[in-house]
Design a protein around this ligand. Structure first.
Ligand code: UDP
Length: 329
């Protein structure tokens, strides 16, 4: 199937291209390269387009002859969203609406959406199931929840078929070391820990050691980016005969910040200096998914499920590409 992949030059999007191709699909990337990297798209066709330009998006959708859209393009930093909510509402909500309108005009009815576990805010307990109330605490989380609502309305009024995939902590890289994470600025734990192991930063700060968790540091559910990518392909294929679906995408197992650093020490064999700092505002103590729904309904199962595999693949990428991709944004 021909599939348009917005944000295909970005971290999760570029790994999805590889999974789409190995499942026999033909992805076409729409990306403005404001944050992505052209070489991450490999041999896939790349249309350099800003999603704000609806007329061009409509034309490119028609030319692509795609039957579905996977929508990764978004601004994705919780901290920045607090400083610049306008950017987030325009990029993530307004541009998604423009994309959906262009898709309607082009007669494309299948949509796979990158949502986020941030829609749950601080959950009352873990593991988190999809029926937990949505209570996002940041503009970023609110943009994801808003789009989920829009998709529901489009499905009932216009027959859109959609899958919303609520990612927990995406991490890891292509096992052959050819693709990986390259954000500027980088804010995520695993790449920062690896940068400290490589000596590219002095140390890693642990944001809070007084959480109500066994070792006092925050617990997250780290999921390999290729397992996320494969879930997108399964969801896309399931949309052939399903109306809509919303799934958590996590492993169902949590790891603390200290556990991540320890595992990174074992994998890299390097010293990783740490400092214990204050909490980062807005961080929930523990976010762990229940992946039962997607397992039961789509047969999805994580293949690179251990923290070790996640860190090993990330290490391979970062140690062979210490400066990331050659092209920047
Ligand atoms: N974290 C940390 N030091 C850092 C970056 C992150 O202690 O330099 C912690 C953060 O507080 C959170 C976990 O690592 O508990 C994962 O953070 P990340 O930003 O990777 O993902 P998030 O869970 O915020 O989406």
């Amino acid at each position: 199937m021909k599939v348009v992949v917005t944000g295909g030059a970005g971290y999760v999007g570029s790994h999805a291209l590889a999974e789409l191709k190995s499942a026999g699909h033909e992805p076409v990337v729409f990306d403005d390269l404001s944050e992505g990297h052209a070489e991450a798209t490999g041999e896939s066709g790349l249309v350099r387009v800003d999603l704000a330009d609806e007329a061009r998006v409509f034309k490119a959708l028609c030319e692509s002859r795609a039957e579905a859209v996977m929508h990764f393009a978004a601004s994705a930093s919780v901290g920045e969203s607090v400083e610049e909510p306008q950017k987030y509402y325009f990029n993530n909500v307004v541009n998604t609406l423009r994309l959906l309108r262009a898709m309607r005009s082009a007669g494309i009815e299948r949509f796979v959406f990158s949502s986020s576990c941030t829609v749950y805010g601080i959950p009352q307990r873990t593991p988190i199931t999809e029926d937990f109330p949505l209570a996002p605490m940041s503009p970023y989380g609110r943009t994801k929840a808003a789009v989920e609502g829009i998709l529901e309305d489009y499905a009932s009024a216009y027959g859109l078929r959609y899958a919303s995939l609520r990612y927990f902590n995406a991490a890891g890289a292509m096992p052959d070391g050819s693709l990986g994470e390259d954000h500027e600025p980088e804010t995520h734990l695993i790449p920062l820990v690896i940068r400290a192991a490589l000596g590219l930063r002095e140390r890693i700060s642990i944001y809070g050691t007084d959480y109500p968790t066994p070792d006092g540091t925050c617990i997250r559910d780290y999921i390999h980016v290729l397992d996320i990518a494969r879930a997108h392909v399964l969801a896309l294929e399931a949309l052939a005969d399903r109306q809509s679906m919303t799934y958590n995408l996590g492993i169902g197992q949590g790891h603390s910040v200290k556990e991540v650093i320890e595992e990174a020490r074992r994998v890299t064999g390097r010293d990783i200096p740490v400092e214990e700092g204050p909490r980062r505002p807005g961080d929930p103590p523990a976010l762990v998914s229940s992946p039962q729904k997607i397992k039961a309904e789509l047969g999805w199962e994580a293949r690179l499920a251990s923290l070790r595999q996640i860190i090993e693949t990330a290490w391979r990428w970062h140690s062979t590409h210490p400066q990331g991709f050659a092209s920047k944004g």
